[in-house]
Ligand binder design. Structure first.
Ligand SMILES: CCCCCCCCCCCC(=O)SCCNC(=O)CCNC(=O)[C@H](O)C(C)(C)COP(=O)(O)OP(=O)(O)OC[C@H]1O[C@@H](n2cnc3c(N)ncnc32)[C@H](O)[C@@H]1OP(=O)(O)O
Length: 208
């Protein structure tokens, strides 16, 4: 387990940009798959081409997804993270900024691939984005942790295909516990999702 945290290839420059471009194309492919109206014979033909592409990528495999170079936080960036990772086709991706006051914020738009109720964002996707933003708000206190609790309150349906805003801030730190609160707002500024989470920092090991 510990191995997985440290044993990472680091991508830089053109290598990272090339992989991000690949992920962007696969993201576009995923959206095209859920919306295509092609006939089944054409779908089967495309599936065969995609299988051939998958085989090309699997020709060389890393043990774990790579990280990016050290960012503003001084930590290696998780470029394959499912929320923020530009290398991960399932990530929207959401580009968060952290203010000096520790407010983590992003504007983003979710396409159809994240649909839950018709024309609205799946609640689990909203929860995943909240987990990430709240975790980053906790980390902005100087202590990152694992999510221990995550409460989401769905106030209104969150629309797909329009600009959304997500924001979070840590409210307090009690020993190893860091508490944070946040919201997702629609384009009209009204809150669609509220969330609160508690993160627990890893226990400091003697001699670590
Ligand atoms: C820019 C860089 C960005 C970096 C920012 C990155 C952001 C990433 C955000 C995504 C984060 C995730 O999704 S993390 C993945 C989802 N989360 C997980 O898988 C966590 C799984 N759970 C665990 O690994 C563990 O249970 C922990 C680490 C949460 C806690 O284990 P532990 O460290 O052994 O805790 P332990 O000593 O027993 O307890 C310490 C205190 O916490 C309490 N406690 C322990 N667990 C819980 C709990 N689930 N809910 C409530 N309270 C709890 C105990 O009662 C105790 O209270 P007292 O007696 O002291 O009062």
């Amino acid at each position: 387990m510990r191995e997985a945290f440290v044993d990472r290839d680091i991508l830089t420059g053109d290598d990272e940009a090339g992989m991000a471009a690949l992920a962007a194309e696969v993201r576009a492919l995923t959206e095209a798959v859920v919306r295509t109206g092609v006939a089944s014979a054409e779908a089967a033909s495309v599936a065969a081409e995609v299988a051939a592409l998958t085989a090309r990528l699997k020709a060389t495999r890393r043990v774990h997804p790579p990280y990016g170079t050290v960012g503003e936080s001084g930590m290696e960036r998780q470029i394959a993270n499912p929320v923020t990772g530009h290398l991960n086709p399932i990530a929207p991706p959401v580009d968060f900024k952290v203010s000096e006051e520790g407010i983590v914020r992003a504007e983003f738009t979710l396409p159809t691939v994240y649909e839950g109720p018709p024309t609205f964002v799946h609640g689990g996707v909203s929860a995943m984005i909240m987990d990430q933003v709240l975790g980053m708000a906790a980390a902005a206190t100087g202590t990152a942790g694992m999510t221990a609790t995550l409460e989401t309150r769905y106030r209104r349906p969150t629309p797909l295909g329009v600009p959304l805003t997500v924001e979070a801030k840590a409210s307090r730190v009690e020993g190893r516990k860091i508490y944070a609160d946040g919201t997702i707002c629609g384009p009209d500024g009204r809150v669609t999702v509220e969330a609160s989470a508690m993160f627990i920092a890893p226990q400091t090991r003697p001699g670590a």
